[in-house]
Design a protein around this ligand. Structure first.
Ligand code: 8YV
Length: 326
């Protein structure tokens, strides 16, 4: 079923498939074309567009925002809004919404999966059996225990907290670093990413991909983690200095890494593919059918609410209206 046609809403980018399907069941929303047709489309329709719907990359940049003179809100299916130029939106009073909470458990599960796979080398162990090496070469080499480790969470937000809670079940000691200490948090606070890295066995990156976090995990932080330390990243590739990471992993200056995110997705550096102390996922943090549906429905609630009342349900930036809504 295709829903009501609306020119007030515009789709940008290849939408996450569940979001695309749920939207298509409710609305008939035009897509912003790529390439040479874009200018012609904008010349005809730009003035009609009040709301943009998108999900992750390529997102909505400042040029696109500038090309839509009557844009009031950007609705994103996804927690991270780093692909949207939020500063440009703010300057124009354009609201931005995301889909928090509904994905926290699933992304935290992914982090635990990466920690277990990286330290216990479960992926390599599975390949060992399939390749007939158990019978041929004997016992699989011993791995590293997860239970009882010191784990540092960089970015103790909703997802970081869900990761910490799970790790308590593994008797891990949890520390964290945020820009500000969290009042009443049961976990040890570290003053800086480097101080956190220096004091733990595993550093889990769970920050936003905000430009202020660009290469927050730089070479010095990775060196502080050290040759027995592991890096886990379920946040954004941009938060880690990927070149330094590859170099330190290859040279034995870091024990290993579990990565769900990369700088230039879906491209993963060949040097990383060649290393056997890394576990690499294709950005599947929230990729379960149930969670992707919950994210899509929350994004649609934001869209419906905005079209009905001018309010977003889960705003990252509240819309500032200079004229009456309607
Ligand atoms: C999705 C994510 O890959 O929510 C996020 O920020 O990174 C992922 O859950 C993305 O939103 C595409 O839908």
């Amino acid at each position: 079923m295709t829903g009501a046609k609306t020119d007030a809403v515009l789709r940008i980018g290849n939408l996450e498939p569940t979001f695309a399907a749920e939207l298509a069941a409710r609305y008939d929303i035009p897509a912003l074309p790529d390439g040479p047709q874009r200018a012609a489309f904008l010349a005809e329709h730009a003035a009609d567009v009040r709301v943009v719907v998108t999900s992750g990359h390529p997102g909505v940049d400042a040029t696109t925002i500038a090309a839509l003179p009557n844009l009031e809100a950007i609705v994103n299916s996804g927690a991270g809004v780093d692909a949207i130029d939020v500063e440009a939106a703010k300057r124009r009073g354009i609201g931005v919404s995301n889909t928090p909470d509904v994905l926290s458990d699933t992304v935290a599960d992914t982090a635990l999966g990466l920690i277990l796979m990286t330290l216990r080398r479960f992926g390599a162990a599975d390949r060992y059996v399939r390749e007939g090496r158990w019978a041929r070469d004997g016992q699989f080499p011993y791995a590293r225990d997860v239970s009882g480790l010191q784990v540092g969470i960089l970015g103790l937000g909703r997802i970081g907290s869900a990761i910490a809670t799970r790790l308590l079940g593994f008797d891990c000691a949890i520390a964290y670093h945020n820009r500000h200490r969290i009042d009443g948090s049961p976990y040890r606070y570290a003053q800086s990413p480097a101080e956190l890295a220096e004091s733990v066995d595993v550093l889990v990156v769970a920050t936003t991909g905000d430009h202020r976090n660009h290469k927050l995990v730089d070479r010095a932080v990775l060196e502080a983690l050290g040759p027995d330390g592991y890096l886990i990243n379920i946040a954004r590739g941009s938060v880690v200095d990927q070149e330094a990471l590859v170099e330190l992993l290859a040279g034995g200056a870091l024990a290993g890494a579990g990565l769900d995110v990369f700088v230039d997705e879906p491209h993963v550096p060949a040097e990383l593919l060649a290393l056997d102390n890394v576990v690499l996922f294709p950005h599947i943090g929230s990729a379960t059918a149930r969670t992707r549906r919950a994210m899509a429905l929350l994004a649609i609630r934001n869209l419906d609410s905005y079209l009905d009342s001018g309010e977003l349900v889960t705003p990252v930036v509240r819309p500032r209206r200079s004229h009456p809504f309607g």
